[in-house]
Design a protein around this ligand. Structure first.
Ligand SMILES: C[S@@+](CC[C@H](N)C(=O)[O-])C[C@H]1O[C@@H](n2cnc3c(N)ncnc32)[C@H](O)[C@@H]1O
Length: 248
């Protein structure tokens, strides 16, 4: 009734990559277009790299993600390299100028060991002086408190119509908050509430000191850290921590 492929397609519908509308997408896009060789970790359906190619990026573009159905959508473009795997599986050695984890993919790195292994693998994939750009929701903003079944979170409408014209209702619900780790579900249903698909995600919400300690331990130097998408400072009102870290 509702497949993993349907879920991947719905992701693109609900969260389109749009550099004109979303400053977060524009931020990443500018970095990608300025780099010769880019590795997108947690690339999902690949829309960031698709767009870079469409805009004339002529260098090396590679994406890696553990979600097979999302990668199948990514593979619709064959002039980009696609790999199935996690951040910790990244195994290149000094091949990329830029690594990215866009749209909060970094928060999927939950355990300390996974974070350490992922950061070391990403650093190893970068050339000397290469950069790793990513964001993570600032825990002080407590974004999970808006992930409620009424569908009001982040302004995303609960009612959507998919590409085939099917009406769907999508909502989020937090299952647990344990320290800085939040587990929540995204439920896709018929308009009458009959459940079609449930996707469970666990995210870590690191604060700045904890994040920077992991980066330093992995051999990254923080080149820039921002509290918004216009390179403003991190303040006690910031909802996001945007980091550009450099391989030392
Ligand atoms: C919110 S999506 C973002 C996808 C894409 N970067 C974008 O901008 O649309 C998070 C992605 O992280 C991926 N992911 C989950 N665990 C991961 C891990 N350990 N390493 C790398 N990616 C992971 C998921 O499969 C998912 O595609």
């Amino acid at each position: 009734m509702f497949s993993d492929a349907d879920a991947a397609a719905l992701y693109d519908l609900m969260y389109p990559w749009d550099v004109a509308r979303f400053p977060s997408d524009a931020f990443h896009h500018d970095l990608v277009m300025a780099a010769d060789a880019v590795l997108d970790v947690g690339c999902g359906t690949g829309s960031m790299l698709h767009h870079a190619r469409e805009c004339g990026h002529s260098g090396r573009l590679a994406g890696i993600d553990p979600n097979r159905a999302a990668l199948e959508r990514a593979r619709r473009r064959t002039d980009i390299e696609w790999y199935e795997g996690t951040a910790a599986d990244v195994s290149w050695d000094r091949e990329f100028d830029l690594a990215t984890m866009a749209s909060n993919a970094f928060q999927c790195l939950v355990g300390d060991d996974e974070l350490r292994a992922s950061l070391v693998a990403i650093r190893t994939a970068l050339r000397d002086g290469g950069r790793f750009a990513f964001e993570t929701r600032h825990p002080q903003a407590r974004a999970w408190e808006t992930w409620t079944p009424d569908g009001s979170d982040d302004g995303n409408a609960a009612d959507v119509v998919d590409a085939s014209g099917r009406a769907l209702r999508v909502w989020h619900e937090v299952e647990s908050v344990v320290g800085d780790v939040v587990t929540f579900t995204e439920t896709t249903a018929e308009p009458d509430g009959a459940v079609l698909y449930v996707d469970r995600t666990t995210l870590r919400f690191l604060d700045v000191p904890a994040l920077n300690a992991f980066l330093a331990e992995a051999g990254f130097a923080v080149e820039g850290q921002y509290g918004d998408w216009f390179r403003g400072p991190v303040t006690d009102a910031s909802q996001v921590i945007v980091t550009i870290a450099r391989r030392g």
